[in-house]
Design a protein around this ligand. Structure first.
Ligand code: SF4
Length: 324
């Protein structure tokens, strides 16, 4: 039986919109609107969807980089949203984030030893400077960089190398969970697979658990045991990676997958072109949020929000077309 490391229940993150002379709240951007899932120790859960679907906000809310509007997150038995500041700092050691943009996520005025070693200053204030530098050099080696680079600045590295520095920083405090938010989308395609292979190796080496956020289903496939597909602040389908890629059930997942070329010669997938853009999360469509773009929508879709139900073993879908 796999052990849960993270439980996310009915997570909501709304951002207020202010207006008028008095600057009162007039509405909310419902970036994450009732998301629930589990993450098991040692696995990678991929979260995918178009930009603006709420996947990054989900990751940041779990880390409490953004405060939630509602819901619960249990990490390693601890109720994250009820932790006091000091307890939260302790939990932050065990949950780390890798950011999308290796150019803006590293402070350009700091040397690598300060960027990576900064975590030790906060969490291990008694660690000696020399010890800290040795740890940083070791971390550089682990991510495939020359340990002599500790005195270099971010601008002296390529994009791929900078992302390796970001990964080394995330490993510094020996975390249990890493939330990787689009970690390769800012990189050249030729570099992407190197970074994905590195993440794969590190997961085995350090028994890490990942939430891997990406807009590209083919990138997520590379690394994920299970995949959740998000649309307008909700998860619409969640299943084992193999099952999701071979038997996608939600029309949105099928449309996303239809855009990925199949490597086998002679095998073709029917391309499903979605019309229009993702609607605004300020006033999302009634019923099924996907109904304004779904090629199969029915009358009920506009009126009733489909429940997120298990339709096959550990395969969950929210769609009126799919019966459990
Ligand atoms: Fe399409 Fe209706 Fe299913 Fe939504 S519930 S995905 S609109 S068929």
């Amino acid at each position: 039986m796999k052990e849960k490391l993270l439980e996310v229940r009915n997570l909501k993150t709304y951002f207020p919109i202010t207006g008028g002379l008095l600057g009162q709240t007039t509405n909310y951007v419902k970036a994450v609107d009732g998301v629930s899932f589990d993450v098991y120790r040692g696995e990678t859960l991929g979260l995918v969807g178009e930009s603006g679907c709420g996947k990054s906000t989900t990751g940041r809310t779990i880390m409490r980089l953004i405060e939630p509007t509602d819901g619960k997150v249990i990490f390693d038995g601890k109720d994250i949203f009820n932790l006091k500041k000091k307890e939260m700092l302790e939990s932050r050691r065990e949950m780390q984030m890798i950011f999308q943009d290796p150019f803006s996520s590293l402070n350009p005025r700091k040397m690598v030893k300060e960027i990576i070693g900064g975590a030790f200053e906060i969490h291990s204030p008694n660690m000696k400077k020399r010890e800290r530098e040795e740890e940083v050099a070791k971390l550089l080696e682990i991510v495939g960089l020359n340990p002599d680079y500790i005195t270099r600045y971010p601008h002296e590295f390529s994009g791929g190398q900078r992302q390796r520095i970001g990964i080394a920083r995330s490993l510094a405090l020996k975390p249990k969970l890493i939330i990787a938010d689009e970690p390769v989308s800012a990189l050249d395609v030729s570099i992407q697979s190197q970074v994905l292979n590195l993440l794969n190796r590190l997961q085995k080496q350090f028994s890490l658990t990942y939430i891997f956020i990406a807009h590209d289903l083919s990138v997520v496939r590379h690394l994920s045991d299970r995949v959740g597909v998000m649309y307008l602040g909700k998860i619409v389908e969640l299943a084992d990676g193999d099952e999701l890629y071979s038997k996608p059930l939600h029309p949105y997942t099928r449309a996303l997958l239809s855009a990925i070329p199949i490597p086998k010669v002679g095998v073709k997938r029917e391309r499903i072109i979605l019309e229009g853009d993702v609607p605004s999360p300020i006033n999302p469509p009634s019923g099924c949020r996907f109904h304004t773009r779904c090629p199969y929508h029915m009358r009920i879709c506009k009126e009733v929000d489909p429940s997120f139900k298990e339709v096959a073993d550990k395969h969950y879908v929210a769609c009126h077309l799919v019966d459990g």
